[in-house]
Ligand binder design. Structure first.
Ligand code: ASP
Length: 329
């Protein structure tokens, strides 16, 4: 064998080894950051923290940390993730805001279509709740109280484009009442003020309301889904908003996982595979179900299925928001 031939075999072998190394994701010792565009302790933060734990094993024991980049109805954190290095080490966990902000913000600092879609995580119903001292104990009494207090009611939300904003908007329309909106950086701080009686009403995910209702720290009146919620049991006696006369009222939120545009296909594949494993983690499923969330187990857990679903949601919510004539900027 000629020395030149021997050398080229060695060169090819070295290149193959280098390629394999470049493809190994995550590289040993690297940290994966999940950007959460809402405050710590809220619904999006909770799912992200539970997911971080479930992702650790399928990501080869990698450290997965949370970065709360809260504010402006999720757009600050989403913009941060959009501009991050497309190497798979900085990801975004966000909710329905991905589909509502394109219609609400005319100058959005990112394009939702340009993210890499890694998969849907869960779906979460919402519930109409109030401060503990509000003098109403069921939907009929709440409606009467709202009618008697027109112009004086405060409604908390997590910023323009957040699920609580949308739900509150639809509620005000259905009740033909305007409430004073108080925007927070997430519904965790909003919940603190609701429990303290500084705000009157909020519409939020069950993942943020279950233990507070169980502990009688807030009151609950109705759920936003077309069907009643039977689990956890604290919701089973609550009517749906449709039952109490709000025709077509159907708001369920969802969370998904995204990477910046340009993330290599092999990394997207590795992340999707890790997500698929994490979503089957018994502990993760148990934690989500205990708070009323349903973990995704369908085609939407694939990048293509996830993107198709979000694109349809952008169209659905865009029409609702335009009809309401709402803009954030
Ligand atoms: N629950 C919030 C919302 O209203 C978001 C959050 O704090 O996770 O969209």
């Amino acid at each position: 064998m000629s020395p030149l031939f021997k050398l080229s075999i060695a060169a090819v072998a070295a290149l193959v080894a280098l390629g394999a190394q470049a493809q190994a994701f995550p590289a040993p010792g690297k940290t994966v950051t999940l950007i959460v565009p809402f405050a710590a302790g809220g619904p999006t933060d909770k799912v992200a923290r539970d997911l971080a734990e479930a992702l650790r094993k399928p990501l080869g024991g990698a450290t997965v940390v949370i970065d709360n980049a809260a504010g402006a109805g999720s757009t600050i954190g989403a913009a941060k993730a959009f501009r991050a290095a497309p190497d798979g080490y900085t990801l975004l966990v966000t909710h329905i805001g991905m589909a509502t902000t394109p219609a609400l913000y005319r100058k959005l600092p990112y394009n939702v279509e340009e993210f890499e879609y890694l998969g849907l995580i869960n779906e979460v119903p919402m519930v109409v709740v109030s401060k503990p001292g509000l003098p109403a104990n069921n939907w009929t009494e709440l409606k009467t109280w709202i009618g008697e207090n027109k112009g004086k009611i405060n409604l908390a939300n997590a910023g323009l484009g957040a699920a609580s904003h949308l739900c509150g908007l639809m509620l005000q329309q259905a009740l033909a009442t305007e409430m004073t909106t108080i925007a927070y950086k997430g519904t965790a701080p909003a919940m603190t003020d609701l429990m303290g009686g500084q705000v009157d009403i909020m519409c939020d995910q069950t993942t943020n309301t279950t233990s507070q209702i169980e502990g009688k720290k807030i009151k609950a009146f109705a759920v936003t889904t077309p069907k009643r919620i039977t689990m956890p049991p604290v919701y089973k006696d609550l009517p749906t908003l449709q039952e109490v006369g709000m025709k077509g009222f159907d708001v369920s939120i969802w969370h998904g996982l995204y990477a910046p545009k340009g993330t290599p296909a092999a990394v997207v594949k590795a992340l999707n595979e890790a997500l698929q494993v994490a979503l089957k983690d018994a502990d993760f499923i148990k934690k989500e179900e205990a708070l009323g969330a349903v973990v995704a187990h369908d085609d939407r857990v694939t990048p293509a299925g996830h993107k198709k679903f979000v694109t349809a949601e952008v169209a659905k919510w865009g029409a609702v928001i335009k009809a309401a004539g709402q803009y954030a900027d």
